[in-house]
Design a binder for this molecule. Sequence first.
Ligand SMILES: NC(=O)C1=CN([C@@H]2O[C@H](COP(=O)(O)OP(=O)(O)OC[C@H]3O[C@@H](n4cnc5c(N)ncnc54)[C@H](O)[C@@H]3O)[C@@H](O)[C@H]2O)C=CC1
Ligand SMILES: NCC(=O)COP(=O)(O)O
Length: 337
Amino acid sequence: MPLPLVLTLGEPAGIGPELALLAWLQRSAEKLPAFYLRGDIELLRKRAAQLQLNVPLAEVTPQHAASAFPEALPVVPIGQPATAAAGVPDGTSAAAAIASIRLAVEDVQAGRASAVVTNPIAKSVLYQAGFAHPGHTEFLAELAASQCPDQRAPQPVMMLWSAALAVVPVTIHRPLRDAITDLSSELIVSTARIVNAALRRHLAIATPRLAISGLNPHAGEDGGLGTEEQTIITPAIEQLRREGIDARGPLPADTLFHDAARRSYDCALCMYHDQALIPIKTLAFDRAVNVTLGLPFVRTSPDHGTAFDIAGTGRANPSSLIEALRLAARMAAPARS
Ligand SMILES: NC(=O)C1=CN([C@@H]2O[C@H](COP(=O)(O)OP(=O)(O)OC[C@H]3O[C@@H](n4cnc5c(N)ncnc54)[C@H](O)[C@@H]3O)[C@@H](O)[C@H]2O)C=CC1
Ligand SMILES: NCC(=O)COP(=O)(O)O
């Protein structure tokens, strides 16, 4: 039996728990790979009752999760209660969310699960509890360090992927001022190398076409509207092209995402978070998947957040989580030679 995916709890007060229930209910219709939730079974029981979802739950070990999956949503405990009501994070939220992520990564590292799929966390709730990482992406890189040469955290790369568009923000969770000062040719080159390798290995794109955006309006207008294109981005593209990577740009970000432009590349590398995420969330909010590249294991996630405004109301749409489960299974499958 193939290894199951491990799905994290996410923010207990967010929509993650109900998305897990809804995805399990659609397991046959959507032909989903087997997955188990790392979380508190009592919280799931309460959320299922609140939403009148008829989902049998089975508390199991990871080893028994795949065989339990056809008949019940398998839940593997995290040794941490999660008591938050839908929409209202409480004192257990951060500890439960963090424990779930840590244990899910341990499961994959120990060969008990094939890939990690994360439910959304509320970053501000975690920050208030002392969480020192900007988001999953950076935390997962720290957790991956034990599997890496010299025990050093790898560079994590955030990619949001959909059939309509794939994007990568070169700088990730940074205040905008800091994103601009952080930008360097080295960062663009190392990010593009990771994206190029991942698209080839996991998504079977033989020669990925990478579109590199500018930073400034009109990609700097030959230096008249900013010089980062000339001093940082163009040298990076030249380096990538010397390495045989199909990188083109710097391209003005305002004309990078219309239909014809999107057909000309496989992934757009953007200079900061919103430059990348606004277009994909506009085009494919229900279907896009957040993928962390550069880790020694596969991690995917829905593209959206905790949606406190609708948690527990029955309005949450599980389609992005369903796509995240599918993509995780596809990326974790052994590469065909
Ligand atoms: N991977 C992760 O852990 C992510 C976490 N977040 C966190 O989520 C929290 C809330 O962020 P927001 O900016 O409000 O974004 P959000 O994605 O949670 O919500 C934005 C809007 O979209 C709606 N929405 C989101 N997902 C939906 C779904 N599956 N079905 C139906 N409607 C849905 C919400 O109701 C809301 O109106 C923040 O604390 C943020 O840090 C945000 C993005 C990703
Ligand atoms: N906007 C995407 C996002 O914030 C996801 O971050 P992460 O928690 O997956 O690192």
